[in-house]
Design a protein. Structure first.
Length: 376
């Protein structure tokens, strides 16, 4: 025969019993000497051999018979005869009034005994009722899921409460990224930078709260100075009416004309700077060409020197021959030498003239362009 577990004995078959009632006469030998109710999980006091039910044994400090301490001296009774007699005691279920041996009460209580839901949802066994009450019973009183909220209500009112719960988390409808409780939503909207608000100066425009400061730069209701204030105009008016004043303000006309002239001078200045930059680049380019020409002159000079040395060598060899041939050779060599010197002189003059023409031509061309721009 199946017996109850220790946990079930401590809860279901405890002394005094709550869920069942004993039926018929019970032998005094099977009753606890303390509570006078049949043993439940009997415990034996080893020094004297007296037996107590589990609940009473847990509360005893000293044995009521031998007066010795009970701590660490109580052990479960393993006498199968006694346990079988206790399991066969007839009990009646307090919920359904059925009778059966006490050993079957655990199975009856958990699986077979039908109990009505307190909210009138129907009959369930104990396990089903527990699940029903925890998960689905509409009349079960539950606590709000929002942690700070301590409100309790029937489960059927969950949706209704969720719509009014002040601790329900909400994301700002203006997409500012802030999450607030419902009860604080209006307070947040009064501070949110992405809320559309009317211009505080009543110009009629609707702007974001974060843009109010920038809106003052063009709001027609803001009082501002005439644009000719730097020239002495002391008129102040709202932008809405200031336009009519500026249309006839003589100082503003002067200011605008000066601004226009200044803009032209600034444009000319920028052009001159650009031209000067171009001239510097051109001068640098011409300097490079001059260096190249000087290098060529140096090479040419070296070549002329080599030719003169060859001629002097020829003259020396000719002097040894003598006579008319010598004279003719000297005359011919002298002519060649003079011709080479003249060519060298002309080449140097040509190089100097070209160098001057390159520099002055580029400078005059750019200067003429700049003067034309200034005249315009």
């Amino acid at each position: 025969m199946d017996t109850l577990s220790e946990k079930s004995r401590a809860v279901l078959i405890r002394n005094p019993p709550v869920y069942f009632t004993y039926v018929g006469a019970i032998d005094d030998e099977f009753e606890c000497p303390v509570c006078r109710i049949p043993f439940c999980s009997p415990q034996v006091h080893e020094p004297c051999g007296n037996c107590f039910c589990q609940n009473c044994a847990d509360q005893l400090k000293n044995c009521p018979f031998c007066r010795m301490k009970c701590q660490n001296q109580l052990k479960p009774s393993n006498t199968r005869l006694i346990l079988n007699v206790l399991d066969k005691l007839i009990v009646k279920c307090n919920d359904c009034n059925l009778t059966f041996p006490r050993a079957q009460f655990e199975d009856h209580h958990n699986s077979r005994c039908k109990v009505s839901c307190p909210s009138g949802c129907g009959d369930y066994n104990r396990k089903e009722l527990l699940v029903h009450l925890q998960e689905t019973c509409p009349g079960m009183v539950i606590k709000c899921n929002n942690t700070p909220c301590k409100t309790t209500f029937p489960r059927r009112e969950s949706e209704k409460h969720a719509q009014i719960c002040g601790f329900h988390s909400m994301i700002c409808p203006n997409n500012c990224g802030t999450t607030v409780f419902r009860k604080d939503s209006q307070k947040h909207l009064n501070l949110c930078n992405l809320v559309q608000v009317n211009c505080p100066r009543l110009c009629g425009r609707t702007i974001l709260r974060k843009d109010i400061a920038n809106h003052d730069l063009d709001c027609v209701e803001v009082e501002t100075k005439c644009r000719a204030a730097d020239l002495g105009c002391d008129v102040k008016a709202k932008r809405r009416t200031l336009a009519s004043h500026e249309a006839i303000c003589p100082l503003l006309k002067v200011s605008l004309k000066l601004t226009e002239i200044l803009a032209k001078f600034q444009s000319v200045e920028e052009n001159l700077k650009a031209d000067v930059k171009n001239l510097k680049e051109q001068v640098a380019s011409k300097d490079k060409e001059i260096k190249q020409l000087k290098t060529k002159v140096k090479i040419q000079k070296k070549q002329f020197g080599e030719q003169i040395n060859r001629l002097n060598t020829e003259i020396g060899s000719i002097e040894k021959i003598g006579g008319k041939e010598i004279d003719a050779a000297l005359i011919r060599a002298e002519m060649i030498k003079r011709q080479q010197c003249e060519e060298m002189k002309n080449f140097r003059a040509y190089v100097a003239i070209k160098e001057k023409e390159i520099v002055m031509g580029a400078y005059n061309a750019n200067l003429y362009t700049v003067l034309e721009q200034m005249a315009a």
